[in-house]
Every structure is written in structure tokens, then in C-alpha cells.
Design a protein around this ligand. Structure first.
Ligand SMILES: NC(=O)c1ccc[n+]([C@@H]2O[C@H](COP(=O)([O-])OP(=O)(O)OC[C@H]3O[C@@H](n4cnc5c(N)ncnc54)[C@H](O)[C@@H]3O)[C@@H](O)[C@H]2O)c1
Length: 395
């Protein structure tokens, strides 16, 4: 079996999720021809780095990204830092001949995203953006059902990505609420996932009409963010929140479908409500991540009097990602549900195959440019008012 030696940069929430995926993937995907090796963990905070590397059994550590990409024992760079350094790191990694997995959103803006795409294409390396929700088996089943034409002509996309972790106004100004480090707020953090799914499941978005709001306009500083930004807020001073807390958008798709996309960090009771519904001439499907093993389906051809949404428990070997090539279940027997971490394991498995074959698995950086174009149009619309064209992009 071949080895793909990983250098992962940034060890926070996503650093843990990705590290776990690399560790687990050979166990659940025994058919892989190449397995990841947890070679080097890179992080600025040396103490946290050593502890994290020990927990996840990374072989080595670096505190300097340039030193990481200069190493000849690294094949893949995985970027799980705040958004402001994604593109710089992706370009450097590609120029050093490394394959690149990058967390979403790929970039701070559309121009940056295109630069990242140009760099990976020029270098001829494999590239992928981690929109892991595509690889929840129920979402992949939705894609299959759409491709089989089970929903007919698509009329509506309706998505809501709702969280509530920023409700408390005394919650500090973490990097996610600073434009300099995040680029945008709920837009790039949450709506990016919904836009990726909408583009994948329904098709290109031509124009949007969008509104945004920042409910809590300043927050107590966080020491780390001061260091990162050089913001230097004085004692007792608060930092301005210069990103959106929520975003609501109308969308017109190229195929005639009409959509709504909503994302917020201010919906009490919703911890990670990632929901979408698609309505077509032959039926509807809907999904919410908090019940990620289920896909709801309504078929207009069911007899009147027996109609209603049915809940498909997406845990069978025949479902996407859940069967081994030679038969039997990949994870657990039917009805024995899987969780958040499996979306990352499935993502990393497809990346291993992609690197083995020299083909970038979707969503590629080109797909991410399309997503970024939707985000940019949303911002443009919110600031200018009215409808905004989404820049079209052919990969
Ligand atoms: N796919 C998903 O569902 C999902 C979920 C959460 C976050 N994300 C994305 O993952 C990325 C990271 O988010 P997170 O929640 O893990 O953040 P986090 O704050 O938990 O961790 C970020 C880590 O990066 C480190 N870091 C910052 N700048 C660095 C630099 N220049 N060099 C090296 N390390 C650096 C920080 O010290 C920290 O350990 C973001 O782009 C975010 O949008 C994706």
C-alpha cells in the first residue's frame, strides 16, 4: 500500500476533525491503495502543538509553515487555519509541489479564490475544499435521487444554516467575527456550505438578492486575536465586529429554480441546524444535519390518501459510502448510526483516491471559486441593495 504523507497546519476544531479522519480512514476504507501518514502537525502555539501531536500521534511538528512545505517528506498539505491565510498557504504549498486540501471558505474573496485555483492548476497538484456535508451519506443519496430524476423539474432550493453560539454579547471577539481574519461572518462560515450544496444539487446560481445584519457590533477582545491582528485594543475597550451575524438571500438558478438561503449565528436553540429542502415536479427531499442519518422524501405519485413524507434511514450497505466494495457494511450494521466525524473520514477517503489517480475530487478549487462568486454577490447585494449577478465561471 502506498503512503500519502500529510502535513496539517492549524490545530483547533478542524485540526482535530481532520486528524481523526486521517487516523481512521485505513480502518474503514481497507480498499484504499494509498493510506495517509500523519507526518507533521504545524501550529504557531508550540505548547498546544506538542500536546496535540502527542494525542493524535503525529510523527513530527513544525511551528513554521515555510519549514513545513520545504520538507521533502510531505505529499499533502491540509490547511485548517483561519480563513485569512488559506490562499497564501495554498499557493505556497502548490508551488512546492504538494497536493492541497483546504478548509472552507477557500478564500477571503473571489479574486483570492481565483489566484488559488490558478496556482494549483499551474502546479498540477490535486486540490480539494473540505465541504464535508456533501459526504454525509444522506446528502449523497439526495444527489443520487436527483440524478435519477426522481424529483423531476426542480422548482425550489430552501436552506437554513442556523447556529446560536454568538448570542451572548460578552462572548469575545474570536477570529470568526473579525473581517481581517474571517473575511465574512455567517456568510463564509455557514452559508458557504449551503451554497456549495445548492450548486452541487440544483446547479449554477445566476443572481442573488441578499440582506445581512450585525446584531452585536462590538465584543470584548481576546488576547490571541489581538496578537494575530495587531489590533491592540486597550484595557476595557471592545473590538468592533465587522462581519455579518446573519445573512438571508433569495437566489435564481440557471435552470429556473428559485431559492432561499439563510444563515445565522443568532438562532437560540439551533446548535448546528444545517437544513435544506428541494421541491420538484415529482416530489421533494429534505435533510437536516442534526438527524444526519435520515433523508425525507415525498413522492407525488403515491396514492392520494397515503401521501406524506417518508423518512429513509440512510444506514444500508447500498447507500453512498456505507457499503464495502466486496459487500457488507463499511461502518456498522443498518440502523447503527454514524456521526459528524464520518463526513470527514469519507472526505479524506475520496481525497486519497484522488491523489492516487491524480484527479482532484469535488469540490475542487474550481468548485470553490463558484461558491465564492455566490458569496461575493451576496455581499455586493447586501451593501448596494437589490439583485446582484453572480460572476459566471467555467472550470
Ligand atoms: N468543514 C466544516 O464544517 C468546518 C467547521 C469549522 C471550521 N471550518 C473551517 O476550518 C478552518 C479552521 O477553523 P477552526 O474551527 O478549526 O478554527 P480554530 O480557531 O479552532 O483553529 C484554528 C487553528 O489555526 C491556528 N492558526 C492560526 N493561524 C495560523 C498560522 N498562521 N499558522 C499556523 N496555525 C495557525 C490557530 O492557532 C488554531 O489552532 C476555518 O477556515 C473554518 O472556516 C470548517
Amino acid at each position: 500500500m502506498g503512503e500519502i504523507r500529510v502535513g496539517l497546519v492549524g490545530y483547533g476544531f478542524m485540526g482535530r476533525a481532520h486528524s481523526n479522519a486521517y487516523r481512521q480512514v485505513p480502518f474503514y476504507f481497507p480498499e484504499l491503495e494509498s493510506k495517509p501518514v500523519l507526518k507533521v502537525l504545524c501550529e504557531r502555539r508550540e505548547e498546544a502543538l506538542k500536546a496535540a501531536a502527542a494525542v493524535m500521534a503525529w510523527e513530527d511538528t513544525e511551528t513554521d509553515f515555510d519549514a513545513l512545505i520545504a520538507r521533502d517528506d510531505i505529499d499533502l498539505i491540509d490547511i485548517v487555519t483561519p480563513n485569512n491565510v488559506h490562499v497564501e498557504m495554498a499557493i505556497k504549498a502548490a508551488q512546492a509541489g504538494k497536493h492541497v486540501l483546504c478548509e472552507k471558505p477557500l478564500a477571503m474573496n473571489l479574486a483570492e479564490a481565483k489566484q488559488a485555483l490558478a496556482a494549483v492548476e499551474a502546479a498540477g497538484v490535486v486540490h480539494m475544499v473540505c465541504h464535508n456535508y456533501r459526504r454525509a451519506p444522506a446528502v449523497a443519496l439526495a444527489k443520487q435521487m436527483l440524478e435519477e430524476g426522481l424529483l423531476g423539474t426542480i422548482y425550489h432550493w430552501r436552506s437554513q444554516y442556523l447556529q446560536d453560539w454568538m448570542i451572548d454579547p460578552e462572548k469575545p471577539a474570536v477570529w470568526r467575527v473579525q473581517k481581517a481574519t474571517a473575511g465574512s461572518g455567517a456568510l463564509g462560515d455557514l452559508l458557504a456550505h449551503s451554497a456549495d450544496l445548492a450548486l452541487w444539487l440544483v446547479g449554477d446560481i445566476e443572481r442573488v438578492c441578499c440582506d445581512m445584519e450585525t446584531f452585536v457590533k462590538e465584543r470584548p477582545p481576546l488576547g490571541d486575536i489581538d496578537a494575530m491582528l495587531g489590533a491592540g485594543a486597550g484595557a476595557g475597550e471592545k473590538l468592533k465586529v465587522d462581519v455579518d451575524d446573519c445573512v438571508v438571500a433569495l437566489a435564481r438558478f440557471a435552470n429556473g429554480a428559485v431559492g432561499t438561503l439563510e444563515a445565522t449565528r443568532f438562532a437560540p436553540g439551533h446548535r448546528n441546524y444545517n437544513f435544506f429542502e428541494i421541491n420538484g415536479s415529482k416530489g421533494s427531499i429534505r435533510f437536516k444535519f442534526e438527524r444526519m442519518n435520515e433523508l425525507e422524501y415525498y413522492n407525488v405519485e403515491d396514492p392520494v390518501g397515503r401521501q406524506g413524507f417518508r423518512t429513509i434511514q440512510v444506514t444500508e450497505d447500498v447507500h453512498p459510502f456505507l457499503g464495502l466494495p466486496d459487500g457488507g457494511g463499511r461502518y456498522w450494521p443498518p440502523g447503527h448510526i454514524i456521526g459528524y466525524e464520518h463526513t470527514f473520514i469519507n472526505t479524506v477517503a475520496d481525497l486519497m483516491v484522488g491523489i492516487q489517480k491524480g484527479e482532484s475530487p469535488a469540490p475542487t478549487f474550481a468548485d470553490a471559486v463558484k461558491t465564492q462568486a455566490v458569496l461575493e454577490a451576496c455581499e455586493g447585494s447586501a451593501y448596494a441593495g437589490g439583485w446582484e449577478e453572480v460572476e459566471s465561471f467555467q472550470s
